[in-house]
Design a protein around this ligand. Sequence first.
Ligand code: TRP
Length: 448
Amino acid sequence: MSSQTREQWQSHRGFLLAAVGSAVGLGDIWRFPYVAGENGGGAFLLVYLLIVLLIGVPLLLGEFALGRRMQSESATAVARLLPSSRWRHAGVIGVIAAGLILAYYAVIAGWVFRYAARYLSSSAPALASGGFAASFEAYVSRPLEPLAWQLLGMVLTTAVIAKGVEKGIEKVSLWLMPVLALLLIGLAVHSATLPGFGQGLAFLFQPDWSLLAGPGLYVAAMGQAFFSIGLAMGVMVTYGSYQPATRPLPAATVAIALADTLFGVIAGLAIFPAVFSFGLDPAQGTGLIFVVLPQVFAQMPGGGLLGATFFLLLAIAALTSMVSLLEVPVAYAIQRWGWSRQHASLRLGALLFVLGIPASLGFGTWAGLPLPGERNLLDAMDFFAVELLLPINGILLAVLLGWLWPRREALQAADLLDNRLGQIWHFCLRYLVPVLLVVVLASSVSRA
Ligand code: TRP
């Protein structure tokens, strides 16, 4: 496809909100708060912020710059940097990984949609039948109903992607991201009125400096930063390719990365005070949103409305992230195989739904499969995609961007030529990002 016919973001705001929509997802609202709480609170946040600025922002800018410069989806962009090397096909790893993440992400999104529907239809009390944990476990182990909600998520995602970059992704992001921000801020303000507010703040912010001595905190912060910003999977390369060269990237990049972090922190402010107000346990992993929060909402005045707001918010956050994950393989199929956007969306949406079915059945019908590390299928897919493919692809991207792309060209593509920040950017990309990703990869492999 020539660059004239390549789709483009119509506005800078549209690009910003689409990228923030991709970044802000289940990773921020459900995962970030408890990872932060468990890994030393304020100490974690400090390290996390440094990692976002020194690792996240440089790689994010590199991805945007590469996509915009090459005017192509992520795998082709990688291939164009390496025309005659046998590594030129390596960009496909990101495309596959994005699809794989989407396949199981849709399962969790399906649970979110179902909980949202329950609260909106005020049939929430049914969530408690036999206890909140038991009711959640009984639900996810059912064979069919979760698949129906997962399908709904994939259908919505496919519909947005089939509409295209400007009429689909951009339009939806322009509408939904402000709503998402308002809902989240509203919940956080409400949480500030609760008796557990101080305790929630302490859990999130009170630093446990002793954790700075061990490697666990850093590895957790790196993994969280990559997943939460949505790095190393080609999503941002592809999104960058729709950005016209006339709109500068660096400031937008910093804004997107910080907005993502802010959403995570505000989510923590909304969630923990409520959890502590009712004396519940904040460190619950998956259970935090599907078991603990419903318990909180059940005891709170106006809890039905709050529950509806919360799960609607989560559904929006999940949807805009799913959209970005589907766009990567769809853009690949359009550019490489010449498929029409409609065909590519429909076929790949269907394929990835099917690929996600085992992840859902792994909680019931197919529970107890002998997977490494006693994981269920969803966790196994997550481990493979996020803990193995993501650092591998991240190392690949960093080497490409920092070492193989001629420095001057890279700086120019990133709008940082003749700018002192350019030196810092290139240094981070060249040394910090690959070295730290190797550490992350080593730690993942040791847990395989
Ligand atoms: N960032 C999203 C979240 O926080 C998930 C996501 C979207 C993602 N695109 C990605 C994760 C690309 C890894 C890579 O939930």
